[in-house]
Design a binder for this molecule. Sequence first.
Ligand code: ADP
Length: 413
Amino acid sequence: MNFGLRSFAVVAVVVIAAALFVSPWIGFAFFLGAACFFAVIRARNDEAVRELLRDPAAAAMPFSQAISTLRTKLKDGEQSLRDRDEEIAQRRQITNAIPDGLFLLDREQRIVWCNQSALVMHSFDAFRDVGKPIGQLIRAPEFLSYLNDSTLPEPIITLDSRMILFHIEPARDGMRLLLARDVTDRERLDRMRRDFVANVSHELRTPLTVMTGYIETIRDLPLSDEDRTRYVSLIGAQTTNMTRLVADLLTLARLENAQLPSENADFDLVSVVRDALADAAALSSGSHRFNEHIEPPITMRGSASELRAAVANLLSNAVRYTPAGGEISTRASLIEHTIIVEVRDTGVGIASEHIARLTERFYRVDRSRSRDTGGTGLGLAIVKHVVQRHRGTLEIESEFGRGSVFRMRFPTS
Ligand code: ADP
């Protein structure tokens, strides 16, 4: 029984009881009072419903229709609230997935809102820091200047050893959107590129300057035939160095850009190592003793020419950094599921502080020895790339004055 029927039943019982047990007039008076009360309540409800509907047409509607229209409107309202909640959750998910930090700042530069990346990037605490002026949390002077004048160049600030670029965009109601982008990798690559260009220019300029000097001497001075021939052969040596440098640069560029070597191409590693050994023996021209510990057959998967370049670089280093009379041992073996290629020498060795940097391009321990022996400073960078492209590792063991060991390990599966 609903409220209306229940009230009607109560009024009816009270009216009948009053009419029977007190007086019919009292019952009638009570009936009139109850009727007026219900009429007022109904009129109020009616008014409230029409007001809620906010529709002038509702005034002409019967009460039951107004109620059902109101019910439909309430349901629609609830649905649109649910849709709005879902949209907000979706937008929050999107802003949290953005790797850039986003802050919404009010006119007083207080943080109104920020996404997850902004919290992580700056080690902020959402509960503690939202609401605070951003200038209290990031205090770098260039950042504060940019915050006050966004026409200034966008600052790059180092925070927790990461480099962060800031950019400000105006938002609605005088608020501003502050974007924080982690540019550490980009800056590092940029610096590497600049260093590389500077290094290459330097490496090319040195032989060119030497050659220019020789050419001027030949052109300007009256030289004997013997001197002239000597200068021409010195020019020849410089062009050989430059050609070697360009060849190594091209090899490196190919290794960096080319697709990984095919996993399906098998080659005979033993003949690759033996070819490289023949070149090393020619370079040594009898000044060193060569030992071989090669256990055929060793079939390897990948690129024969790349492996040949890596082994040749290790062997040519061993020859160039081992004084005459020294020993160079080469080992190639397949142990369990690992192919090991090792070049060991009894040469000048390398002090421990240099070892970690040897595979950097143009890193040299002894610059003049490298140049005098025709080094380009790129040999070990090439070796490192070849090893990485074959999922291998490069180990370097050395001690100053006590020789070196360079060992490449490649998994066979
Ligand atoms: P480079 O053309 O100068 O030899 P690499 O990249 O091949 O360039 O080697 C980098 C540096 O590592 C060399 O300049 C040299 O100082 C050191 N190095 C490489 N191999 C040896 C070795 N077997 N013994 C001693 N030093 C070596």
